[in-house]
Design a protein around this ligand. Structure first.
Ligand code: PLP
Length: 401
């Protein structure tokens, strides 16, 4: 179905779907088959795969996975997308497709921990040069560009400190240098920001988070122009084999039907929770793009149509009271991940993260980290429960301090 003429919520429901032409089923079927009966001139190698050819083998492509790709592309206003088994396989798929030995990439010095870790060792070990800078200042990106820079990679808001990057400004810098801009938009989601309309070439999502929205299916996607993604399906999805299960694709697609209304409630609840925390005597600092106190609130207002549902906050000395605090929660789950209907929280001490993931070297980088994260943060993914209940749960736990 051509859904570009329709609004965002309509696209979330209808894009990539149509009634089944055999049974009339209104909800999409799941095609779990790993292989497809083909005609005798089908190539055995994926090298012969035609973009719009018949289905051959699910690692190459599958009708249910294709529906998911169409749906996410419609929300991001991207030409096309390639789905992966996880957000991380989308990230590695993109890096390995776009970069080869001798190339250089400029990467945000704070981004999802696993991306930070592979760009500290695994990716440089392939002969790819990486420079990490604080991309919240576009000047740093400009200064890091080299003649062999092929890719600039950012997150906005970034995980875990919610620092923002001006996407349009960085896109211009990347393009002037002949490089592409990739952005992991998992935290913002297409309800907040459509990076392709701001000049980004690639958008990545961990579908495990807000787009799926229910914490029951891993998935990832890279979106962009057909010409930019032409080699990705063969080179990384098919050859490295990080294909998503059609069952997970179907679950994520089902979750996406309610994505626009979920994001409204995530934002509404997060604003109430962030304001409660900001006025709580035991809380030292709250960072949320929707608060006037966020250091980049003006950029957030300009670049985000929804402030999403992640709030971070610092408390005073926690010493050995974390366990006691967490035991007070009746509803909130102490768990990693985010973007689920359930509220999730996780404690992150700065020293640990700076040792394992973010090897910040300059005093400017460290100052910027501490401006947002202090000595430690709680990362709170505000869910869809009644906001009063989330607030009461937090209040009970904070009393322990
Ligand atoms: C911003 C961001 N990108 C990528 C990922 C990786 O996604 P996945 O867990 O689906 O591999 C995560 C996971 O937390 C994330 O927060």
């Amino acid at each position: 179905m051509k859904t570009n003429k329709y609004g965002f919520s309509t696209r979330a429901i209808h894009a990539g779907e149509e009634p089944d032409n055999v049974t009339g089923a209104s909800a999409p079927n799941i095609v779990m088959s790993t292989t497809f009966v083909t005609d005798t001139d089908t190539d055995f190698s994926v090298q012969g795969m035609a973009e719009d050819g018949a289905w051959v083998y699910t690692r190459w492509g599958n009708p249910t996975i294709h529906r998911l790709e169409e749906k996410v592309a419609a929300l991001e206003e991207a030409e096309t997308g390639v789905a992966f088994a996880t957000g991380m396989s989308a990230v590695t798929g993109l890096l390995l497709d776009q970069l080869k030995a001798g190339d250089h990439a400029v990467i945000s010095d704070i981004a999802y921990a696993a991306l930070a870790e592979i760009t500290n060792d695994m990716i440089p070990e392939l002969g790819i040069e990486i420079t990490k800078v604080d991309t919240s200042n576009p000047r740093n990106v400009k200064d890091a560009i080299k003649p062999n820079t092929r890719l600039v990679y950012i997150e906005s808001p970034c995980n875990p400190i919610l620092r923002l990057t001006d996407i349009a400004a960085v896109a211009e810098i990347a393009h002037n240098a002949g490089a592409k801009l990739a952005i992991d938009s998992t935290f913002a989601t297409p309800a907040a920001t459509k990076p392709i309309l701001l000049g980004a070439d690639f958008v990545i999502h961990s579908l495990t988070k807000y787009l799926g929205g229910h914490g029951d299916a891993l998935g990832g996607i890279v979106l962009g122009k057909k010409s930019d993604l032409a080699t990705m399906r063969k080179k990384t999805a098919v050859h490295l084999g990080g294909s998503i299960s059609p069952f997970n694709a179907w679950l994520i697609m089902r979750g996406m039907a309610t994505f626009p209304i979920r994001m409204k409630v995530h934002e509404e609840n997060a604003l109430k929770v962030a304001s409660f925390l900001e006025n709580h005597p035991k809380v030292k600092r709250v960072i949320y793009p929707g608060l006037v106190s966020h250091p980049q609130h003006e950029l957030a207002k300009r670049q985000m149509n929804n402030f999403s549902g992640i709030v971070i906050f610092q408390v005073g000395e926690i010493k050995n009271k974390l366990k006691e605090m967490v035991e007070k929660f009746e509803l909130i789950h102490y768990a990693v991940s985010l973007g689920h209907h359930r509220t999730l929280i996780f404690y992150m001490p700065s020293d640990d993260l700076l040792k394992t993931s973010f090897k910040l070297t300059t005093s400017e980088q460290l100052n910027s980290w501490h401006e947002f994260a202090g000595d430690a943060i709680f990362r709170l993914s505000v869910g869809l429960e009644d906001s009063d209940d989330i607030i009461a749960d937090l209040d009970r736990a904070l009393e322990v301090l």
